[in-house]
Design a protein around this ligand. Sequence first.
Ligand SMILES: [Zn+2]
Length: 311
Amino acid sequence: MKLVTTREMFKKAYEGKYAIGAFNVDNIDIMMGVLAGAARTKSPVIIAVSEGALKYMHPAYIREAIKAACEENDIPIALHLDHGKSVEVCKQCVDNGFTSVMIDASSYDFETNIAMTKEVVEYAHAKDVVVEGELGAIAGIEDDIVVEDKYGQFTHPQDAVEFVQRTGIDSLAIAIGTAHGAYKFKPGQKPQLRFDILEEITSLMPGFPLVLHGASSVPKDRLDIFNQYGGNLPAAIGIPEAMLREAASKGICKINVGTDIRVCYFGQVRKACVEKPEKFDGRTYLEPGRLAVADMVADKITNVLGSNDKA
Ligand SMILES: [Zn+2]
């Protein structure tokens, strides 16, 4: 199937009250695992590449690998830049066959964020590439949160409307209580998503695709394997799956999955290295990782995102 933008995917996801997974890949092996999981469940999929992964994998290799992926898999595939921090890197991806880019200027002031985002939108739309923007602080556990008003550090609904109108973006990442990385919460702290803010934003912009970052929910068995073989991650990490399903039913069209993939992949790679130290071929050590990623992605699509059989 052809490489597509996320327009059609998001429209159907919004109407069907499910979400599309954007899976972060660091290498071609992980990418093949993600695609296998999505193909098995007949789900549209977004392959997300961070700036770090872009440098590591090289844009030209990514471009050709995705071409091959589209020949091999009969599902809609979008190629997406995750957290582009500069206008330049977004343009580079547009020029290299990406169908979607995220410009994350959320650390700048509101007007600078608008100006940078708008510049990317103008460049990308001219080449039929869609753009995701970000507004509000998606926290890490290290951030000391000072709540000054009802919305605190979260995305302010009125600002979201103004931001979308003035930039012309196609989707918006909002902050409603998720956090990036594995260390989302302090000990004893319960994850809480601000569904009231989500509902307010959706009611102001019905039909507009919203995006949830920092939404990993690593299954316990995967985490156990990772920790058993030298990992040191907290016992329960992530947002409860029921909360993610609720978010998907309330206007969240794209849910990012990053930490889950790393824990899943490298748990199996570590295990294989320990269990078969006499081997020295990459397949022995990496294939279990790829297969585990495929299983995890298929499971997430079916049980959390709800995008199975929507290809
Ligand atoms: Zn993110």
